[in-house]
Ligand binder design. Sequence first.
Ligand SMILES: [Zn+2]
Length: 411
Amino acid sequence: MTALRSINQDDLRNHNLSVIIDTILRSPTSLSRADLAKATGLTKATMSLLANILLNNHVVREGEPDISQTTHGRPSTPLSVAHGRWAGLGLQINTDGFGCMALDLDGRVIDAKWIHNDMRRTNPKDIFDELDDLSRPIEKALNHKHYRLVGSGLALPGLVTDDNTLLMARNLGWERLDLTQFSVVRRLTPRAGNEARLAALSQIPGQATQRLTSSHECTLAPTDSFIYLSTDIGIGGAVVRRGSVETGDHGFAGELGHVSVDLNGPTCRCGRRGCLETYAGRRALVEAACIASGDDAVKSESMDELYKRWQQGDANAVDAIDRGLDAMISVIVTVINIVDVDTVILGGFWSNFGSELSDRLEQRLNELSLGRDAVNIRVLMPLVADYPALRGAAQVGLRRFIDNPLDFLSA
Ligand SMILES: [Zn+2]
């Protein structure tokens, strides 16, 4: 009986610490112990005890006492996330290169490296070995700065199963890879996931790091629902429901890029016809605008040229973008009608076309959705636009700590 009771108390303490850390991360302002007790439903005595554990372990720090707010005659002291101790590592292999990012619990990027690389016809082992070489100096530097690396995530542009198999990444030409064969995966044991789902994670305020404060962010709350589109050569997506990414029963949910808008349309790399990707993907747009074809169409210079020609009003470029936008609208409206979400975040290169295009998208979505009389749909630019999947992967690493703080803290 005694053993059982002590296990339960540890579980309870672990749970309470996790809830407190989550509450601090999601808050746009610093919270006092009294604020935290109120927000979490814990007693002030328990709160004080647990806050001390977090202070002693450099998870939180105390700010300047606020003399305008007092508790029993004492000024209240705000608590906020400390920096310099807890880090998550993100790893990513994408269609344009690969890289790593170390992320502090307070949201700052400690270190990041990205290698731009032509990923077509690459050998997976060579790339994973290079990723291993890239991550080692970052880990060493973390160690040197007295950070504790609590976990890592790995973002891949394809379908990843729960048992660490990359089923397929068509735009890399990789199939059925047991990820545990690679030394970097065995060494760091990252949780692998689809890049679009991880990019969506990075848009959720306070998901694993201190909530960022920006004017845009005010429009998205930690528990909001939204559809995230990740646009590149391929198009990925995710549905976020009340602050959680919908993964589906097998981790494959959200493949918006392979919703067909025309069963007689162009053949997609997935084998079907008329997928969104064949109209609105980077390669498809460059080819449709007659800028380049084949391997040249996926070069970043081709995309720069498309953007330039579109701005100049070149007829082919304008047509290609209009057709791509129509396909996007068709798919997003369909998804909105299915999942009933009112916010769309446009990630990836489509966000570079600016507010004129996103306003058009927003207007059309509002004209076409079934719930238009009752629901106002909004299209937002991504809060994290630079390497969002890499950041999301690092957040997955940090969640290992946030979900089970007692695995890491000395109480
Ligand atoms: Zn497809």
